[in-house]
Design a protein around this ligand. Structure first.
Ligand code: NAD
Length: 472
């Protein structure tokens, strides 16, 4: 064993600080050569076999659902009910991906009597590295892995170094389903292993979900490698606009869900609430009183909490500093960010009006902090929605159909909703963003597109040709 392989990844439960998992980082060269050896065999399997095997995987997840949900809840701190919902998403992804493969990357043939056939078929890339984030440690890597396997790629799955225990259970479900540990490899590591894997000559592409900074680092590292498929799903500084609506209670529920579900650790979470001036008092008081009622606590607490801790103390420290920064630069706290125990990463939901702030930092605050911005007309609301380098999700609550049409046409985001939360994107639709939120390779239903490349083939049974002009 080399020195490098003795380095360990250790994962801790955010709610208690207790160690939950440890293991050595992977040997990148070994992992990649195992994958390369396995690829031809996997790609040669009939599509029906690969589909059957991912369906078996879904059954293995069903059998392990309790264990996987409990581990997710412990390892990333989300409430048990929410971890169960994540496991359901893992299972549901299989049928959606099978449909998506058939619809987005199926074979097409255009026949013509004289010119033979023009066929469009798709081929897998080869060895794909999947880099997972911690906030959905099973569902989001899985959203790349399943379509990649169906398309005939082999996968090296490196879970977040903050969530290897959940990743390992997921990986074992694939392996027990009959997808070998070479075809779907579990590779432990942090950023150094991530870098080494994506740069490796034996790797054909990277399917990444994580922060914009990491996505940019990956893009930069692979700038001279146009041969590699790079799919980047990154964060957002998402806006929700509240316009005229009589349904304040529903609006508040959508706002609170969007801002504080998963303790604000969702890529699609609403970070900025843009409110029509005349609605401001009514909306804010409704949102505040609902946020005041949210229970935050440990994943297995009874009654169930709405939200758990953030991932670790470093994240809680960073969010506390950010909140102080907003306050000391013109922000007006409506509901303070409270950390009841400085030694643990539990944070209360927080709301701050940053309307008066000059140069609001355009960063993703990945936690339970909602900024409020007051505007006077609809054009200003749209301008404020787009006042970000990111472009993942945007929602309009209330307003008329023409206002929604205008919002839809002008909001620069990959997900634009009306009277719906920004969170909970539907995997039967594309999920991705523009700007710093992604590189135009959305996941969800469109994951099929980046898991295979199209091959155009003009085909005739016999050669038949002549030179029409220019002959002596
Ligand atoms: P992260 O960027 O810190 O890490 C993601 C993965 O990349 C990890 O596996 C990590 O080890 C690896 N990594 C880190 N640096 C690397 C490098 N230089 N080269 C190669 N690999 C590297 O993200 P995170 O903190 O785990 O996740 C939270 C982020 O993910 C948030 O920004 C959130 O918005 C984003 N996210 C996006 C989506 C989406 O679909 N767009 C979904 C969920 C989360």
């Amino acid at each position: 064993m080399s020195e490098a392989s003795k380095v360990e990844v250790i994962s801790h439960e955010p709610a208690t600080g207790a160690e939950i998992w440890r293991g050595p980082v992977c040997e990148v060269d070994e992992v990649v050569s195992r994958a390369r050896r396995a690829w031809p065999g996997w790609a040669a399997q009939p599509l029906s076999t690969r589909m059957e095997l991912v369906r078996r995987f879904a059954n293995e997840v069903r059998k392990d659902a309790e264990k996987l949900a409990t581990t997710i809840a412990r390892e990333v701190g989300k409430p048990l009910w929410e971890a169960h919902a994540e496991v359901e998403q893992v299972i549901n992804k299989v049928e959606v991906s099978i449909r998506a493969y058939a619809e987005r990357t199926s074979q097409r043939k255009l026949d013509s009597a004289l010119q033979g056939t023009m066929a469009v078929r798709h081929k897998p890339h080869g060895v794909l590295v999947v880099l997972g984030p911690y906030n959905y440690p099973a569902h989001l890597p899985n959203a790349h892995i399943v379509p990649a396997l169906i398309a005939g790629n082999v996968v090296i799955f490196k879970p977040s170094e903050k969530a290897p225990a959940s990743g390992e259970i997921l990986a074992r479900c694939f392996n027990r389903a009959g997808i070998s540990a070479a075809v779907m490899q579990f590779a432990v590591g942090g950023p150094p292993e991530g870098q080494a894997l994506i740069s490796h000559d034996g790797v054909d592409g990277v399917l990444f979900t994580g922060s914009a900074n990491t996505g940019i680092a990956i893009n930069r590292r692979l700038a001279t490698r146009p041969d590699k498929m790079v799919a980047l799903e990154m964060g957002g500084n998402n806006a929700m606009v509240v316009w005229d609506t009589p349904k304040l209670t529903d609006a508040a529920a959508l706002i609170v869900q969007s801002a504080f579900a998963t303790t604000g650790q969702r890529c699609t979470a609403t970070r900025r609430l843009i409110v029509k001036n005349s609605m401001y008092d009514a909306v804010i008081s409704e949102v505040k009183s609902l946020a005041d009622r949210l229970i935050f606590g440990a994943p297995f607490d009874e009654p169930s909490p709405f939200m758990g801790p953030v991932i670790d103390n470093a994240a809680a420290d960073g969010l506390s500093e950010s909140f102080l920064y907003l306050m000391s630069n013109g922000g007006k706290a409506i509901k303070h960010l409270v950390r009841p125990d400085e030694s643990l990463p539990f944070l209360s939901p927080a709301i701050i009006d940053t309307t008066a702030m000059k140069d609001r930092p355009d960063v993703e605050l990945f936690g339970p902090i909602l900024q409020i911005i007051r505007v006077h007309d609809f054009d200003e609301a749209i301008a404020e929605t787009n006042n970000t380098r990111f472009g993942l999700a945007a929602s309009l609550i209330g307003g008329t159909p023409p206002e929604y049409n205008k919002f839809w046409a002008n909001a620069r985001a990959g997900i634009v909703n009306w009277n719906r939360a920004t969170v909970n994107p539907n995997h039967a639709a594309p999920i991705g963003g523009i700007g710093l939120s992604g590189n135009h390779r959305p996941t969800g239903y469109y994951a099929a597109d980046y898991c295979a490349y199209p091959v155009a083939s003009g085909e005739m049974e016999q050669p038949r040709a002549m030179i029409g002009v220019g002959l002596r």
